[in-house]
Design a protein around this ligand. Structure first.
Ligand SMILES: Cc1ncc(COP(=O)(O)O)c(C=O)c1O
Length: 419
């Protein structure tokens, strides 16, 4: 019989196979210093464009003071145990009430991690007779949540309402046979390309089809809408979202997440969400810290205004220079260039080493072959100087890409490796 680990020795997975060339630099880089617009990478200062601290709360003095005071008072553990057993406090309830109020829902429930939380929510919301219809480009946590579903599921083409309708037709016919209902799942903002889920168009289909809508608004919460309540508020359909999800890992600069919905849905989830029933409750540092962050989201609109001032300066500057930013309508700023994976690696190295710019790089198979995606995340703490330096650097690296510099550099590296 074969050793179970033989497979993982032979096949390290789609990303793992690049480990020897990429680890420590392109993946698992170590960014040091306080989370801010400038951090250190391998001892050198870089302008950081790869952290989702949209509102700049990670290193905000008032936030850090509350985090430190909570740690001093409660340690990192309190409360211990699952919410249902021994992990419940007034502060958890207070944060839930305030979050629900902020996103315009009757009630909310905290999750100790967004990823597991939304998986568990999908698991709890559907039975084997129900049908899930979801966007094919949905985040991995949604795909994993759907994997737990024992019944039928259909994907629709990314943000394609015609395709959604076609699948709602199929799902409706099937649900009539099984006696179940339909759950549609999309994202408020697709974090890679920066486009918003078409929530308005999806909500409009509710007059024709009977379904409930779950929205993962990880990138929309705090950044979109008049008050920062997210993509639903931005598109004027927050009330049409039946179950709203957002994580604390982005605008809230922490750990944790929440679901918000009608009271009866939250009451049900409290007793059926396996990721919370059988796991430790969110520690007080993140609960009191969450209350402080939410207070700042509500009371300091200038943070979101500054974020958008920076988003507009960066995106307009890039567009004026002829860069292709695809279909983004949010803070997520993707820059598409043409080139091979080795060229992309040489280009990113040049950006980091010679221009002091740290951004994320995405290549095939996440995006089509021959494309390079550089993903920039502007925040409220970036400066106009950061933006100007970055715009100039991007013009320069594009010129080097087009004149074959990175092709030569990557060929030299490849020859060195072979030799
Ligand atoms: C769209 C989306 N959903 C869910 C998650 C997972 O949230 P968490 O980091 O809280 O587990 C992320 C990443 O943070 C995300 O980008």
């Amino acid at each position: 019989m074969r050793d179970l680990f033989a497979r993982i020795r032979e096949n390290k997975g789609p990303l793992g196979k690049w480990a020897s060339q990429a680890e420590g630099y392109f993946v698992f880089p170590k960014l040091e210093g306080s989370i801010s617009n400038r951090m250190k990478f391998q001892g050198k200062e870089v302008i950081t464009w790869s952290i989702n601290d949209y509102l700049g709360l990670a290193h905000h003095p008032e936030v850090m003071a509350v985090d430190a005071a909570s740690a001093a008072e409660h340690g990192a553990a309190y409360p211990m145990g699952a919410r249902m057993m021994s992990g419940h406090t007034d502060f958890h309830e207070q944060l839930e009430n305030e979050l629900a109020d902020f996103v315009g829902k009757e009630a909310s429930y905290l999750l100790n991690f967004g990823y597991q939380g939304i998986m568990s929510a999908i698991d709890a919301l559907v039975s084997k007779d129900d049908i899930i219809v979801y966007d094919v480009d949905a985040h991995a946590c949604i795909i994993d949540g759907v994997r737990l579903h024992m019944g039928k599921r259909f994907t629709y083409k990314h943000n394609d309402i015609e395709s959604l309708e076609k699948n709602l037709d199929r799902a409706t016919k099937m649900a009539e046979q099984t006696g179940g209902g339909i759950l549609v799942i999309t994202e408020g903002v697709f974090g890679m390309r920066g486009e918003q889920g078409k929530l308005k168009e999806i909500a409009a289909l509710k007059s024709k089809y009977n379904f409930r809508l779950l929205v993962d608004d990880a990138h929309g919460f705090g950044t979109l809408g008049k008050t920062g309540a997210g993509a639903g508020e931005e598109q004027g359909v927050q009330d049409q979202i039946d179950v709203y999800f957002a994580t604390f890992a982005k605008s809230m600069a922490g750990i944790g997440a929440f679901l918000a919905a009608d009271q009866e849905v939250i009451d049900y989830l409290k007793y059926n969400l396996r990721s919370q029933m059988f796991a430790k409750s969110l520690p007080m540092i993140f609960v009191k810290g969450g209350l402080k962050r939410l207070e700042l989201l509500r009371s300091r609109p200038e943070l979101k205004d500054k974020l958008w001032e920076n988003v507009n300066a960066l995106q307009n500057g890039l567009r004026e220079r002829g860069f292709d930013l695809g279909t983004t309508t949010t803070c997520v700023t993707p820059v598409y260039l043409k080139g091979s994976i080795p060229e992309a690696m040489a280009l990113v190295k040049d950006l980091r080493e010679n221009y002091g710019i740290f951004c994320s790089i995405v290549v095939y198979p996440v995006i089509p072959k021959g494309l390079i995606l550089l993903r920039l995340i502007p925040t409220a703490v970036h400066t106009m100087e950061d933006i100007q330096i970055t715009l100039d650097a991007f013009s320069s690296i594009r010129e080097r890409l087009e004149n074959g510099t990175y092709q030569r550099l990557s060929a030299a590296v490849a020859a060195q490796m072979e030799g």
